[in-house]
Design a protein around this ligand. Structure first.
Ligand code: 26V
Length: 800
């Protein structure tokens, strides 16, 4: 036994720990404890076990003066913590047994935990996977984010339409965090810049306090734990007692309300950018608190800020924390007297920028007026960075730069402030070079690198799919969880019929369980013998849920026209949220629900086709649906999906992909083999070509009788009889404004779907392909991705 490996806990000892916390922390008697009380007691008992590796990691990092990684992200989409922590601590079974002795069921207790939904989608979930991998690899790291009071909204359907409800995860105690009121920084806004003794001094007009809340993140086998530090906003001014006593209660609380709005809500947009002042304030709030904390920690044990890059790597998760450059430069110059040029070099050597999207509407730009108003000193610094960059690169084209047309372009700012810029899949990185930053790439060859995304196998296989995880361990032994390349060992078993049968049985059992859940969640009965065809992700035009839906209608139409043909039963499963202001995405949601209503009520097709759309997709729902999937829909218009990570989770769990050559699909197909992947659609290059023909949609529609029929049904109001014109907008867009090439890819998609049907009818052949998918997904572990960041961007090693 040592600090890292305390004595293994026995069932009895752990039961005593749970009871102790129930009694003394929660303050409840076992005979009166609710599920919530049991969950709290269990969480505290588990949290205690994280503290040992956490302290050990912190001490070791200090003692060795190890370089630290700081991952700045406006989003961390964590989901539930309890079971994941239990698994990583090796206490999942002990905890279940101890709870059983207390008359409680582990799964029931764990299911009461609300998701920590501090993110929108892929970008936030990636940050959560990376935190877990950094802990697994013993990479000393801090995640910095915002402790939003309200995470991503809860989605409900009313008459088929999305309504958003406030999400309130902090209404219950957050058992995993440690409040650090003593760790707080002042964050300024507005005011003016003055010159004092030759130096610029920003005199802020408003300020708030950023107060730290720490959640330890434990890695696999409890070998290491890092900190996720989330900032909550508090007022700087003291409560105005005089005003309160004079009866003006609202005014007394004013500054408090103002400050707290900053960490009140997560912006639910994820691919349209709106230049909202509060959003800029949130971004600066996170960034400034992080930079102040980083410098405070560095200066605790160092004095030479010029050596900062040897000890500090700061990663910007997209441009949202891109003020990190200007903020660091401001403190180095204005507070520490370092020359501007040198400060820029120090900042650049510390900073890295990950780009997650090419969509022009998602690239952040702030008006120089707003930036100058909210952050006057930063605006000056940004202009100086831009001017100096132009001076250093006089051949920079006139249209390139950070400040253009009275806007600050955050992508260019992040690029120029960083020593490395990375894309998130091989294709995406090529497009970042060729389409997004070609001129900056030419000026800075080698700065853009690729780090293909990854997912953590602990959560996405071991935890989410215990049946498959057990089978994998039985086949290839333990240890794949932190060495996912070992899954390749499954290839040797794929030829064994008994193994394939067991693989199929695990999938079948997952599907049966999920079929029950679908009935409870939607009221619709589905057969686990049907193909579970799954598209789960945010609703976006570019992700083309509409293409999937048009195919659904086509299948329905075909069954009705040819009832005696050989149809393969399918369940179309959709899940995902639309940004509240994204009207077209909300129309698509409405249509999916309308189509589901009509198809599920049709006795002529009921055994062959079902459509379900359980509301409120989140991490926990993903953990439920992904292990039950047969078919993974990854059908974005080529060139639009930066990477995708759901695609990796599904394939790892033995789903076959139907997909375009987009994002990481390209690499998934390379790994699993073309024969185990259903490819369709235009390539990214062909998409550009096709758009040059103004009649591309019309031509595609004219060539497909099926597409004409489907659009006709929509136009006639077949799915909205009470309001026949409801989907005229959608039909019109397919005909006349089909930017995402739904029509052009329709025929190719349907052909691929027919190939899916044929392959599924060979049950054993399908299982072989599914098992090969699992076996060949080792590359997509987030451990591999993080090793890449450590080597190519952060220049740091493991402390283990
Ligand atoms: C942009 C904005 C604009 C301002 C308002 C709030 C907000 C929030 C998020 C974003 C960017 C979203 C970009 C994003 O989520 N990209 C996704 O990143 C995944 C991880 O790399 C990747 O797998 C997905 O393909 C990509 O769409």
């Amino acid at each position: 036994m040592n600090a890292l490996h305390p004595a293994p806990l026995t069932r009895d000892a752990f039961r005593a720990e749970i009871l102790r916390h129930l009694t003394y922390t929660v303050g409840k008697d076992a005979s009166h404890a609710s599920l919530y009380d049991w969950r709290m007691a269990l969480s505290f008992a588990l949290r205690d076990r994280i503290v040992t590796p956490w302290f050990h990691a912190t001490r070791r990092t200090w003692a060795e003066d190890h370089k630290r990684v700081y991952y700045l992200s406006m989003e961390f989409l964590i989901g539930r913590i309890l079971e994941d922590a239990a698994i990583n601590l090796g206490l999942r079974e002990v905890a279940a047994e101890a709870l059983a002795d207390l008359g409680q069921d582990f799964a029931t207790v764990a299911a009461t935990e609300p998701d920590a939904a501090l993110g929108n989608g892929g970008l936030g979930r990636l940050a959560a996977c990376y935190m877990e991998s950094m802990a697994t690899l013993g990479c000393p790291a801090y995640g910095y984010g915002i402790r939003y009071e309200h995470g991503l909204f809860r989605q409900e359907f009313e008459n088929g339409q999305q309504v958003e409800l406030a999400e309130d995860w902090l209404s219950q105690k957050h058992a995993w965090e440690f409040e650090r009121p003593e760790c707080a920084y002042t964050i300024g806004f507005k005011g003016q810049v003055e010159t004092q003794r030759g130096r610029s001094v920003w005199v802020a007009g408003e300020s708030v306090r950023a107060s730290a809340y720490d959640t330890p993140v434990v890695g696999w086998a409890g070998r290491w734990a890092n900190t996720l530090r989330l900032w909550g906003a508090l007022p700087t001014k003291r409560f105005d007692l005089a005003r309160f006593n004079s009866g003006d209660y609202a005014a007394a609380a004013e500054s408090e309300t103002l400050a707290r709005t900053i960490s009140r809500v997560l912006y639910p947009e994820d691919a349209t950018y709106q230049g909202k002042e509060l959003r800029l304030k949130q971004e600066y709030f996170l960034t400034s608190a992080a930079i102040q904390d980083i410098l405070r920690r560095y200066l605790d044990s160092h004095s030479d800020l010029r050596a900062l890059p040897a000890k500090v790597a700061i990663q910007m998760n997209d441009t949202h924390p891109a003020l990190a450059g200007p903020e660091l430069i401001r403190i180095l110059t204005d507070h520490h007297g370092i020359g501007f040029g040198e400060a820029v070099e120090i900042a650049r050597a510390c900073l890295g920028y990950t780009n997650h999207t090419l969509l022009p509407e998602a690239l952040e730009r702030w008006s120089t007026w707003l930036m100058g108003n909210v952050l006057p000193r930063h605006m000056q610094i940004i202009e100086r960075i831009d001017e100096d960059h132009l001076k250093a690169h006089p051949k920079r084209p006139h249209y390139v730069g950070i400040v253009k047309h009275h806007e600050v372009r955050m992508g260019e700012l992040a690029f120029i402030s960083s020593h490395r810029v990375n894309g998130v899949s091989a294709l995406h990185t090529d497009l970042v070079k060729a389409r997004l930053f070609p001129e900056l790439d030419a000026l800075h060859p080698g700065r853009i690198v690729n780090q293909t995304n990854g997912i953590t196998p602990r959560r996405w296989l071991r935890m989410a799919n215990p049946r498959l995880a057990t089978l994998v361990t039985e086949a290839i032994g333990a240890g794949w969880e932190d060495d996912l390349d070992r899954l390749a060992g499954l290839e040797g078993h794929v030829g064994d019929a008994a193994f394939r049968e067991r693989f199929a049985a695990a999938k079948r059992a997952n599907k049966a369980e999920t079929a029950d859940w679908i009935r409870r969640a939607t009221g619709t009965t589905v057969s686990p013998d049907a193909i579970f065809d799954v598209q789960v992700k945010r609703i976006h035009e570019y992700k083309r849920q509409l293409l999937n839906l048009l195919h659904t209608i086509a299948v329905w139409h075909d069954i009705r026209q040819n009832p005696n043909a050989n149809h393969v039963p399918r369940v179309k499963i959709f899940a995902g949220k639309a940004a509240p202001g994204y009207v077209v995405a909300k129309e698509i949601i409405h249509l999916i629900n309308d189509v589901a209503g009509v198809i599920n009520a049709d006795p002529a097709t009921r055994d062959l086709l079902r459509v379900v759309y359980p509301p409120n997709y989140n991490v926990s729902m993903a953990e439920r649906l992904i292990p039950a999937a047969d078919l993974s829909e990854q059908i974005s218009t080529a060139g639009k999906e930066a990477s995708g990570t759901g695609n990796m989770k599904l394939s790892l769990n033995g789903a076959l992909t139907i997909g375009t050559l987009d994002g990481a699909n390209v690499e998934i197909r390379d790994h699993v083999g073309a024969e185990n992947f259903f490819l369709f659609g235009l390539t990214a290059e062909e998409v550009l070509e096709r758009r040059k023909d103004p009649d591309h949609a019309r031509h595609a529609i004219m060539e497909s009788q099926m597409l004409q029929d489907v659009l006709q049904m929509l136009a006639e109001g077949r799915f909205s009889p009470g309001q026949p014109g409801r989907y005229h907008g959608i039909v019109d867009r397919v005909w006349n404004h089909d930017y995402f090439l739904v029509a052009s890819d329709f025929a190719s998609y349907c052909a691929a779907q027919r190939a899916v049907d044929a392959a599924y009818q060979d049950g054993d052949g399908w299982s072989r392909k599914a098992a090969i998918n699992t076996a060949r997904m080792g590359f997509f572990s987030s451990d591999r991705a993080i090793r890449g960041y450590m080597r190519d961007i952060w220049n740091t090693g493991s402390a283990l």
